[in-house]
Design a protein. Structure first.
Length: 350
């Protein structure tokens, strides 16, 4: 049975927009020094993403901090982003992070639908020892409530291995509209691509990169599998929570390169610059321990956040990460939105 469709967009239109290719930032959480929700700055962040041209927003995901659930902020944070998104002429595609075991995940999906969200990004991190039957039944339960955005999360930040067999069955779920591929592993990335190609549903299931170490190459690559040509339509990325306007430009440029079937020298240089920037922001040198705080640091420098605080007081920048962020910020000014944010900050903070 097909899923119920949120009021804000039809399922057909949702598939069309996702297939066109969108920049979808993973939305951070704005906190005060007391580690309470800063609603003014939370709204300002959403206004920044909308003004920068992001076609979607992912809220309640890893970058938003999974601990918003324990803090009782899940529904509030989703509602704030939805309210601000509706200020735009064309509201962003809203993707809600869905986590936990089935009862919790279905409840989160129901809350997301009530708030006008268009799809649910499903984390399977809580099913470490479960077999594929359990995982597929869980995803089907969510798909009965909201269109599903699959998620292959890298193990370094809590994900689990999901093999070709899982993704082949997952692709058969009627309400699956997209998959975020983020295992940071080419073999596992190809498992997803092969599965979608074998399903014959590559015209219905959009592929989005979350592979922070190979963003540009993902966006310009074409995969020929099972006699079908597949590619990444866009990205759903924590890195795109900063430099969002530049990310919109990058995606359009990458689409042009792929359409032309060429990989100019500029593409190879840009790929290295984006990966180097990500290494600093996401703290790859320390197993990604400072990945959320690294995003916060850039937003703090631009005045969108008041500080780098996370819900967990123990979570912050790693030793040496501040200097690394300073290095890439100076080295690659064309990847940052400093001028754009400065011109509009007061407006967004209203």
């Amino acid at each position: 049975m097909e899923t119920a469709v949120p009021q804000s967009i039809t399922l057909e239109t949702l598939r069309e927009r996702l297939a066109h290719g969108l920049v979808i930032p993973a939305h951070p959480l704005a906190l005060t020094a007391e580690r309470r929700l800063d609603e003014r700055r939370q709204r300002a962040l959403t206004r920044y993403y909308v003004a920068a041209g992001a076609g979607g927003l992912a809220v309640g995901v890893h970058t938003t901090q999974f601990a918003i659930r324990q803090a009782g902020l899940y529904r509030t944070v989703l509602e704030l982003a939805a309210d601000v998104s509706r200020e735009a002429v064309e509201p962003a595609v809203l993707v809600a992070g869905i986590s936990g075991l089935t009862a919790q995940a279905v409840a989160e999906a129901q809350a997301a639908v009530e708030l006008g969200y268009d799809a649910g990004l499903v984390s399977l991190a809580d099913f470490r020892g479960a077999d594929d039957d359990v995982l597929i039944n869980h995803c089907r339960a969510i798909a009965a409530v909201i269109p599903v955005f699959g998620f292959y999360l890298q193990s370094a930040v809590g994900g689990r291995v999901l093999d070709y067999g899982f993704w082949r069955r997952f692709a058969e779920i009627e309400a699956v509209v997209a998959i975020k591929v983020a295992p940071f592993n080419r073999y596992q990335t190809l498992d997803v691509m092969r599965a979608v190609a074998a399903s014959g549903r590559d015209d219905e299931i959009a592929l989005y990169t979350g592979n922070d170490d190979t963003i540009v190459f993902d966006l310009i690559s074409e995969f020929r599998l099972n006699g079908r040509a597949l590619g990444f339509a866009g990205g759903l990325l924590g890195q795109w929570a900063v430099g969002t306007r530049q990310a919109v430009s990058l995606l359009e440029t990458a689409k042009g390169w792929r359409a032309a079937g060429s990989m100019p020298k500029e593409a190879m240089m840009l790929a290295s610059e984006v990966t180097d920037t990500n290494a600093a922001l996401f703290d790859s040198a320390n197993g990604f321990a400072g990945c959320i705080a690294g995003i916060h640091e850039i937003l703090r420098r631009r005045g969108l956040l008041a500080g780098t605080w996370c819900l967990d007081p123990a979570e912050g920048l790693s030793p040496g990460q501040f200097d690394e962020i300073e290095r890439v910020h100076s080295a690659y000014p064309h990847l940052h939105d400093d001028v754009f944010v400065a011109e509009h900050l007061d407006e967004w903070l209203r």
